[in-house]
Ligand binder design. Structure first.
Ligand SMILES: Nc1ncnc2c1ncn2[C@@H]1O[C@H](COP(=O)(O)OP(=O)(O)OP(=O)(O)O)[C@@H](O)[C@H]1O
Length: 269
């Protein structure tokens, strides 16, 4: 890990979609450099292009303009693994086989991949359920399996798109802490989309605030809260509250822009 070295360089990236109503510019001129081993979160109003940017990073979408450069040293690893909001584990595979799936695809021998999978299943507290199928698990447990699978796959970059967005608050807090703990051990470069300033503050090294549609970088805030972090205590710190206010002030301006536009469209429509 080299915390100082520029690792991902997103350079003047834009994406325009062609729709039946004409062209939609989802993101415009996004410029950001992310360090290796960094936990980098993205917040922004709905529709500002967060998912589009993540999909471009995952290679699921092409940028219309600009480029992304990743300073990869170990080319044997997969470039990215993505954890989405909706559960994306295979219902016909056990927990163990789901977590080991990426390794199997890379022809890692069975014993080795099962040992790696068992290690991450233990980290997320599901050892007893290793032989269970997804239909036997709760929503929170399934999402834990997705997180374990992403880490077991050992990608260069972990991409997470509102991974806990569909969970109830209790499960969300538990999974946030588990993610923090795994991340602290592995220091995997992570790009994390969330609608929650609180969630972003708990887990991130830096938080990027995007402007209202079409999204671009409004501000990037350093989160200088000490690690390791305990989610149950972090909210009581003065610094947490200062950072929350700073981010909400910046983000709320963008959210209000969206609301004003919607009102105008309603009046005109
Ligand atoms: N495949 C597509 N075709 C046409 N338009 C698209 C497509 N994907 C995204 N868009 C448009 O691009 C803009 C950004 O969408 P995107 O889903 O990236 O935003 P977001 O910030 O992730 O939204 P949310 O927070 O609501 O999930 C929106 O106006 C959306 O309608």
């Amino acid at each position: 890990m080299n915390q100082d070295k520029e690792y991902i360089k997103i350079d003047h990236v834009g994406r325009v979609f062609q729709t039946a109503q004409g062209k939609v510019s989802a993101i415009e001129d996004v410029n950001v450099k992310i360090k290796e081993g960094e936990f980098f979160s993205i917040v922004g109003p709905s529709g500002c292009g967060k998912t589009t940017l993540l999909r471009i990073l995952a290679g699921l979408e092409k940028a219309t303009t600009g480029s992304i450069n990743i300073n990869l040293r170990d080319r044997s690893k997969p470039l990215t693994s993505v954890v989405f909001q909706e559960q994306s584990i295979f219902p016909w595979l056990t927990v163990l086989d789901n977590v080991a799936y990426g390794l199997k695809m890379r022809n890692v021998p069975r014993k080795e991949r099962e040992a790696v999978a068992a290690y991450y299943i233990d980290m997320i507290g599901l050892t007893k359920f290793a032989k269970s199928y997804p239909c036997q698990l709760s929503g929170g447990m399934k999402q834990r399996v997705s997180v374990a699978r992403a880490f077991a796959n050992d990608p260069a970059i972990l991409l997470m798109d509102e991974p806990f967005g569909a969970l109830d608050e209790q499960n969300r807090i538990i999974l946030q802490q588990e993610l923090l703990d795994i991340w602290c051990r592995m220091k995997k470069t992570t790009i994390f989309i969330t609608h929650s300033i609180d969630e972003a503050l708990c887990v991130s090294d830096r938080i990027m605030i995007m402007t209202a549609h079409p999204g671009t970088v409004k501000e990037i805030v350093d989160i200088d809260l000490k690690r390791p972090r305990d989610i149950s205590k972090i909210r009581t710190s003065l610094r947490y509250n200062e950072l929350f206010q700073q981010i909400w002030h910046s983000l709320s301006e963008e959210v209000l822009k969206v609301k004003r536009r919607e009102l105008k469209n309603e009046k005109n429509g």
